[in-house]
Design a protein around this ligand. Structure first.
Ligand SMILES: Cc1cc2nc3c(=O)[nH]c(=O)nc-3n(C[C@H](O)[C@H](O)[C@H](O)COP(=O)(O)OP(=O)(O)OC[C@H]3O[C@@H](n4cnc5c(N)ncnc54)[C@H](O)[C@@H]3O)c2cc1C
Length: 469
């Protein structure tokens, strides 16, 4: 006979861990099933430890910027401090006792094991059948993609898990993939003295972002000694004399002590028992409706839904499902103002439609571009003040519909832009707002002010704010 509960959370990773304790604390009899560490990717191998690495490498970069601005500093990077902090402060030595305790203290029952769906609202785990009265939530995440490059399986290469857990840095590193993860980790290691080469198949790094973002980051990487091979495909990988050699399609050979594969993540629906819900397990992602439903009493959230594959989406979706399981009626899921931030230095943030996407959609738009170095704060900041604020305005209704914010604190500046887009605040209203001065987000006010006053739909990116129009 099946165990009856109120809710089942299948996968206590990033979003499952958010969901489980909240449901239990709200009085639902909840079972959470997880074969690995409660907390999943974000806590143990992704967002949290990687941003701890970013914080350390940014400190080094700031210290190196002292000269010419504030005196002199001698900088001696020491990776063991970072590795220790990740072990001790971020992941507790990759131990999830705290997560288990938190869930159980909230009243949840934790089962260590792989669950398989047996029908709407039901699973089997470790031989026990469990049925949920209110709902089963599938949150089984994604896994790193290893491209089918001949020889890759024969060389000792890093996944992002290995990169996060590294105790001793190699002298040189090849990074396969110039997306957000490859760029963040590549810059971190380079700032700790590793000779980094990024290999990207597209014609620019951060290819999912506006080209202005790629331009800024490529120029920063060049100034920091990071080599970027764009439009390059690796045709074969070999191990020679203890090193890894990547052979490119133009015949060039790149050599590194280590190879980091950062070519993205994929979802595998096989083996979850989705056939019992009438779902094709060979699909790329698990299709959900606007309320994250897959079938009767069955929801799915997180990476496996393919909606952005970031923690902020996973946590947002978890909130919508909690509401529904508690009998509330939240609005349908809306990803149109989903902010994305790449934590390179400078940071790259984007939200809404890019210029290209807006034009493709046939919208009549104005594009406002402002160099961060051309804002008051950027000018004060000095050499590390590179960046661009790019705004996409829909002429039909005067609403901001997209923004890219590259710069120091670019992700924070994105906050006000995301709020304006989400809240449908007219650009004219933003033009008559008082901005902090001289704040980085004040650059948005400088750009919008000029646009709304008709100084020009495209602001001179090299404009120096100390010289008035
Ligand atoms: C290096 C890196 C850095 C990142 N940085 C950021 C960032 O800064 N900001 C951001 O927003 N996002 C970031 N991300 C993305 C983010 O980590 C993911 O989007 C997020 O962790 C996905 O959460 P999830 O709950 O869907 O999956 P996961 O956290 O992977 O959880 C899924 C869980 O399901 C379990 N599971 C699998 N099969 C079963 C089964 N049959 N039964 C029960 N349990 C099962 C797994 O063991 C796993 O613990 C980063 C990713 C990487 C790789």
């Amino acid at each position: 006979m099946a165990t009856q509960v109120d809710a089942i959370v299948m996968g206590l990773g990033t979003c499952g861990e958010e969901l489980g304790p909240r449901l239990s604390r709200s009085g639902l009899n909840t079972v959470g099933i997880e074969p690995n560490l409660i907390g999943g990717e974000c806590a143990f191998w992704a967002c949290i430890p990687s941003k701890m690495m970013v914080r350390a490498s940014n400190l080094l970069a700031e210290a190196r910027r002292v000269e010419g601005v504030a005196g002199t500093v001698e900088v001696t990077p020491d990776w063991s401090v970072v590795a220790n902090r990740i072990r001790m402060e971020a992941t507790g030595g990759w131990d999830d006792s705290y997560g288990v305790q938190r869930f159980e203290a909230a009243g949840g029952r934790h089962i260590r094991g792989y669950a398989e769906i047996t029908g709407p609202g039901s699973v089997i785990v470790n031989g026990e059948e469990i049925t949920a009265k209110h709902g089963l939530v599938i949150a089984t995440g994604s896994h790193p993609v290893t491209p089918p490059i001949p020889g890759l399986d024969t060389v000792d290469h890093w996944t992002t898990h290995d990169a996060i857990q590294v105790e001793q840095l190699p002298a040189s590193l090849l990074v396969l993939g110039g997306g957000a993860v490859g760029c963040e980790l590549g810059q971190v290691f380079a700032r700790f003295g590793v000779d980094v080469t990024i290999i990207e198949g597209a014609d620019r790094i951060l290819a999912g972002e506006d080209p202005v973002a790629s331009e800024v980051i490529e120029s920063v990487f060049a100034s920091e000694g990071i080599t970027v091979h764009k439009g390059s495909h690796v045709t074969r990988v070999e191990s020679r004399a203890g090193q890894t050699v990547a052979i490119l399609d133009d015949g060039a050979e790149l050599t590194g002590d280590k190879l980091l594969v950062a070519t993205g993540r994929a979802v595998s629906l096989e083996g979850l028992g989705l056939e019992t819900l009438g779902v094709d397990p060979s699909a790329r992602f698990l299709d959900v409706d606007d309320h994250l439903r897959v079938a009767d009493r069955t929801f799915a959230i997180g990476d496996l839904t393919g909606k952005g594959m970031l923690t902020n989406v996973a946590v947002y979706q978890a909130g919508l499902v909690v509401d529904q399981l508690l009998g509330k009626t939240p609005p349908p899921a809306d990803y149109s103002t989903h902010p994305r931030i790449t934590f390179t230095d400078p940071e790259v943030g984007s939200v809404g439609l890019s210029e290209a996407a807006a034009r493709e959609a046939g919208l009549d738009i104005d594009v406002v571009t402002k160099s961060v170095a051309g804002t008051f704060r950027g000018l004060l900041h000095g050499s590390a003040g590179q960046g661009v604020i790019k705004l996409v305005v829909n002429r039909a209704d005067g609403l901001l519909i997209g923004a890219t914010s590259v710069g120091p604190s670019g992700g924070e500046v994105l906050g006000m832009l995301a709020t304006a887009i989400h809240g449908k605040v007219p650009v004219q209203t933003l033009a008559y707002m008082i901005y902090g001065f001289p704040a980085f987000y004040g650059g948005v006010g400088e750009a919008i002010g000029a646009y709304a006053r008709g100084v020009g739909p495209v602001f001179d990116p090299n404009h120096n704010p100390l010289f008035k129009d």
